[in-house]
Write a protein that binds this ligand. Structure first.
Ligand SMILES: C[S@@+](CC[C@H](N)C(=O)[O-])C[C@H]1O[C@@H](n2cnc3c(N)ncnc32)[C@H](O)[C@@H]1O
Length: 285
């Protein structure tokens, strides 16, 4: 695979980077460093020593990558916020866009840093949102909810690897259907990144995104099914906490129409690193 005998880590990095670049893969340098660190079983590229690197493993990874499989699905891990999360074909890979939710919740609840409170990670997938928050709020507890038993296996694995077991409970449930409703009263906030791709647009997604499970992406005909069900349910329960939803420009116009019809209080919207509206914080008056 490589054009010459590789003598050191820098040469290896440059060779891999060139191969990925020639296949027009974005972020080729970052991916190169991740591939090298992974093959050497190190978390950080800078810590890797040349003799720790497994060249055969790297060649296997590159072959898969050039077939169009996302790197996170090959090495079954993805960095999010401050940690690395296990992911596979059963879970949506954590996205850096979603970090804006974490940043804002940390700001909003900084006065609660040293207090006990409960929150819910609804549609949790890998659990990247809830787990990242548990690590920021050392006394908080999180209920993780997802309909997919396979996704919940990944979530439990991350909960355990990242040592937040004692403060986590996991529920397999179609939204709140199988969830002890009495818990909602004591919930400070809900964080939720629901499936929101309108069904017709699902098949137009790029090839890499289509490696994520359909159940994690398809939000129904207008992409709003989950927002509507969640908001109507919480309204019926007279929920008094906050909901932090991930949103996307493809559904925003329709979502805004729905929000206007509801007596909901929009606390704020925030933009992601590309300046796109990504976070919606609401509460119920
Ligand atoms: C967009 S992914 C979000 C995953 C994770 N929270 C994140 O931000 O990376 C949506 C998740 O919703 C789950 N899901 C789909 N339908 C659901 C339902 N009816 N009830 C609960 N969870 C559901 C999927 O299994 C998937 O894990």
């Amino acid at each position: 695979m490589f054009n010459k005998k590789i003598q050191n880590k820098t040469e290896l990095r440059d060779e891999i980077n060139l191969i990925l670049n020639n296949h027009s893969l974005r972020n080729s340098l970052l991916e190169t460093q991740l591939i090298i660190s992974y093959s050497a079983k190190r978390l950080n590229y800078l810590d890797v020593k040349f003799d720790e690197i497994d060249i055969q493993e790297i060649e296997k990874i590159i072959k898969e990558r050039l077939k169009g499989m996302p790197l996170s699905k090959i090495i079954k891990q993805k960095g999010f916020w401050k940690d690395i999360f296990y992911t596979d074909e059963n879970t949506l890979d954590p996205r850096s866009d979603s970090e804006i939710l974490i940043e804002n919740i940390i700001k909003d609840f900084k006065s609660l840093k040293n207090t006990y409170f409960n929150f819910i990670d609804l549609c949790c997938g890998t659990g990247c949102l809830g787990i990242s928050l548990l690590k920021e709020f050392e006394f908080a507890k999180c209920d993780f909810i997802d309909i997919s038993s396979q996704a919940l296996l990944n979530c439990k694995r991350n909960i355990s690897t990242l040592s937040v077991n004692r403060r986590s409970s996991v529920f397999e449930s179609d939204l709140f259907e199988n969830y002890p409703i009495s818990n909602i009263k004591n919930t400070k906030f809900i964080i939720c990144n629901p499936p929101y791709i309108p069904t017709k647009q699902y098949f137009l997604l790029d090839k890499e995104t289509l490696n994520d499970p359909k159940i994690s992406l398809d939000g129904g005909s207008k992409g709003l099914n989950f927002y509507i069900r969640i908001i109507e349910f919480l309204e019926s329960q007279q929920f008094t906490g906050y909901v932090y939803f991930e949103i996307d420009p493809i559904i925003e116009q329709e979502l805004d129409k729905f929000l206007l019809e509801k007596a909901l209080k929009i606390v704020y919207k925030k933009q992601d690193y590309l300046n796109l509206d990504r976070l919606l914080k609401v509460t119920f008056p």
